[in-house]
Design a protein around this ligand. Structure first.
Ligand code: MSP
Length: 520
């Protein structure tokens, strides 16, 4: 059986509509999942919505509707966004599902049995926006209109909270966590995030308040009906619920521990400190890696309702095309760093790299074969050394993409792939097949054959990024196998040439986009 690969995104709060930051995370995780499938791994990809907690309650109250209704409405929009963006999730989990309540109660009981939970009184600061507790010395002073106000390190409002809660003995996990980070340098990536977490843990950990009594929208604490779990306890547990915890031991053994939790940089502490401590306490294996990607900014600015610059990712997909949006986000933003987007930046990249470089290469080649050879695949013809040299360059570019993607260097991978595309375009200019039609058809055959082979390798390689367009391109040239092994199968061309397959006149896969008239 193929080697399993379990990848997750964060589960989003459905307190409002999805924005482009959510789309970015889903697209990145999807490209990774598709890449691993191509590599032959048996992939399980989970995403979903995080529906409990005060933030959800307050958002519902502001709209005057029951919290469950808000969750239903917004969760459906997150799922619709994923479907529109071709996110190939295997499981869309909602934390309101009964199976998830059962899993959260099971991990709670396991932590309790380990002696890690105790009742006490919590008094301290809480940010509803972050759903996070903060120590006094972590708070920062507000500026501008909010001068004098105390804010969380993320700049969100905090409120004083005092109530009886359950506590988790996080303080006793300090050394075990530091040992984990030391033994597994990849447990937290990229390095900048790892350093932040290590500094935080080295500074000492206080026990964590893990239940609330002042509201009831959450998972009930077993044996304490007045308590609901702190939303992050149940939220993190979603990764286990989706893997069959606690009642499907075979499924759990297959998928747990997860290989990769892909999340944004703002929630690394929850995933790299609290989560492994909960799992250690419950006696469960730890995930392989937590990757904290950067934030997506709009023209360099944070997106927020108050700035009125929140854009619906579905509208962007409608305007520019799903694959264009996917390509742009993965190519433009160095994975792990913050990045910025604008309509002009999308159009510029899409036209230069997709329409002109890659699309045009395929379009010219395929339509020439359709027209000149009646769609019949060109034979071997008379090869020259530049043909082999091109195939070598393309092979190198595809291998470079694979190595980079395997390492989560997504934008670098695409950049390396693009070198293969550029090499093809230079080759076309030099070999000029159009000029050989009458004078040297044997040579023309060899050139076109080389190009079809190169286009196939490049299209298979870029499939995780632009799945629909690259698949259309492969359909046009009759290339059926699409996994990594297919790239190295050199005989496919001759097999196909001997078959009934004929290339038809194609329509361009990547249309040229118009620059927006007014900056949006
Ligand atoms: N519900 C929690 C996560 C629980 S995971 C067990 C949460 N939800 S969220 O809706 O606020 O964020 C969901 C994901 O989107 C997070 O990984 C977050 O970092 C990411 N992003 C939110 N805004 C973002 C940008 N502007 N840019 C990129 N990613 C961003 O946190």
């Amino acid at each position: 059986m193929a080697d399993p690969f379990y990848v997750t995104t964060a589960i989003s709060y459905p307190n409002g509509r999805p924005h482009i930051g959510h789309a970015y995370e889903a697209i990145a995780a999807d490209a990774i999942a598709r890449f691993q499938r191509q590599a032959g791994r048996d992939v399980r990809f989970q995403t979903g919505t995080d529906e409990h907690g005060l933030k959800m309650m307050q958002a519902a109250r502001a709209r005057g509707i029951p919290t469950g209704q808000l969750a239903d409405e917004m969760s459906a929009l997150f799922r619709a966004m994923d479907d529109r963006l071709d996110i190939s999730y295997d499981r869309f989990i909602r934390t309101s599902e009964p199976a998830h309540h059962a899993a959260s109660q099971a991990i709670w009981r396991a932590m309790e049995a380990a002696g890690d939970l105790y009742l006490d009184r919590y008094e301290g600061w809480y940010s509803v926006r972050d759903e996070a507790f903060y120590a006094e010395d972590e708070l920062v002073a507000g500026t501008g209109d909010g001068a004098g106000e105390r804010l969380s390190p993320h700049g969100t409002p905090v409120e004083w909270t005092a109530e009886e809660t359950w506590f988790f003995r996080l303080s006793s996990y300090r050394q075990r966590l530091l040992d984990l980070y030391a033994a597994n340098p990849d447990f937290i990536r990229p390095d900048a995030r790892r350093n932040e977490v290590m500094r935080f843990v080295e500074g000492g950990l206080t026990d964590l308040s893990v239940s609330r009594t002042s509201f009831d929208w959450g998972v009930k604490v077993p044996g304490s009906p007045d308590h609901v779990m702190y939303v992050w306890v149940d939220a993190l547990t979603n990764y286990l619920t989706g893997a069959g915890y606690p009642d499907a031991p075979d499924e759990l053994a297959r998928w747990w521990p997860a290989d990769l939790h892909l999340i944004g940089k703002d929630i690394v502490r929850f995933h790299a400190v609290y989560w492994p401590a909960f799992l250690m306490s419950a006696g469960l294996p730890l995930p392989g890696s937590v990757f904290g990607h950067g934030f997506l900014l709009q023209r360099g600015e944070k997106m927020s309702k108050s700035l009125g610059n929140v854009v619906d990712p579905v509208d962007l997909a409608d305007a520019y095309g799903v694959d264009t949006l996917r390509y742009f986000l993965l190519r433009e933003v160095s994975f792990g760093h913050d990045g910025s987007w604008s309509p002009e930046a999308i159009v510029t990249r899409a036209n230069a790299e997709l329409a002109n470089a890659f699309g045009n290469l395929a379009q010219r080649t395929v339509s020439f074969i359709a027209k000149t050879l009646g769609g019949e695949l060109p034979g071997r013809g008379r090869a020259e050394p530049i043909d082999g040299a091109l195939i070598e360059e393309v092979t190198l570019a595809c291998a470079g993409f694979k190595a980079a993607f395997g390492d989560l260097a997504l934008s670098q991978g695409i950049e390396i792939w693009l070198r293969g595309v550029v090499a093809c375009n230079q080759y076309i200019d030099t070999a000029a097949p159009w000029a050989l039609r009458k004078t040297d058809p044997e040579r023309m055959h060899a050139v076109l054959r080389t190009l079809v082979r190169a286009i196939r390798a490049l299209a298979i390689t870029i499939l995780p990024v632009v799945p629909t367009s690259a698949a259309r391109m492969l359909d046009q040239i009759g290339a059926e196998a699409r996994d990594h092994a297919a790239i190295d199968d050199d005989d496919w061309y001759d097999r196909l040439g001997a078959s009934e397959f004929r290339i038809a006149a194609p329509t361009p896969v990547f249309p040229r986009l118009d620059m927006p008239a007014e900056p949006a």
